[in-house]
Design a protein around this ligand. Sequence first.
Ligand SMILES: *Cc1c(COP(=O)(O)O)cnc(C)c1O
Length: 388
Amino acid sequence: MTDGADPFDFASLITAHDAGNYADAVVPPIFQTSLFTFADYDDMIASYRGEKVRPIYTRGLNPTVRMFEEMLARLEGAEDALGFASGMSAISSAVLSFVEPGDRIVAVRHVYPDAFRLFGTILKRMKVEVTYVDGRDEEAIDRALPGAKVFYMESPTSWVMEAHDVGALAALARKHGAVSMIDNSWASPFFQRPITLGVDLVIHSASKYLGGHSDVVAGVVAGSKELIARLKAEAYPYLGGKLSPFDAWLLIRGLRTLPLRMKAHEAAALTIARRLQALDIVEQVCHPGLANQLPPGLNGTSGLFSFIFREGVDIRAFADHLKLFKLGVSWGGHESLIVPGEVVLQQKAQPNSAHTFGIHARSVRLHVGLEGTEALWSDLQEAIAVAI
Ligand SMILES: *Cc1c(COP(=O)(O)O)cnc(C)c1O
């Protein structure tokens, strides 16, 4: 923390912005406006000359968006943060701020599929090469990093949930002079604070746990003032993926319950993962909390994991019989969701569609929501009973 506050005092971090609200409103008002007018000519020219920092146009600065950015920076223990229209906008703007043609990126394998596709299309055309390495193999990362401009992490990784020693990997990136970034959407700052582990930039799909109510698509990047200034200089204004005031307002609402939601997701998902692991018809459960210990710096686990059925289970019947778990992408909201791996593997032609992201055809990804552990477990048991 830059201000010496207890990094785990989420209550005061989340409510730090409550003072000074209009009319002592318990919920801050939204600045739902595209532009801000000037008092007079001198006021306008002072702003244009940069003598005065004030909102001018919402693509540049909006007080509601800024409030969310400051809350998120505090939660991540970062000096600054910048909101985006989506997680992908945050990822593309962060990466594009640090590479030019001829540069190389090292990424851990099994990153979020659309990040992989960004690297394989736009970045490839820009002549930026991406090398993928198993993030659990620190020697291989150390060998891959020399000469790389960016080290891109996600821990745990999408679907297969490979969890890394984020602090150790960040130290390797620093040793080799690469800017390190991590997609921290899965753990949220409640369970993992990568800046405090030495990572340079933390990226979120705020559409997931930060929002928490499945009603926002948004993203955010947190880091030092210096690195965030790099994003603010070109990628943010010119690619234009700004966060809307209304979405920022919904995110401020969502952050207030982040600790409570994360604890509930953790407890329900761990119970269900352990019970699935004990079933004969389950071959493997991919959940970082089932290992003897979590990697250093990961202080808890969330509601998203996957498991692999043994051969012979009718996954279509299983999926169609579930009542509480709905078939649906995304995750991080109150509701429980499933995605069958065999469906994802049949996704129509995408760039690099031969790539499987480590997804097993008999796997199922679960997001364990807030409906209640026993009700969710009954739902799974009943669906399994008709599928075997
Ligand atoms: C959803 C997701 C993203 C992309 O975020 P959007 O808000 O959908 O653009 C990035 N990383 C991970 C791990 C995700 O799950």
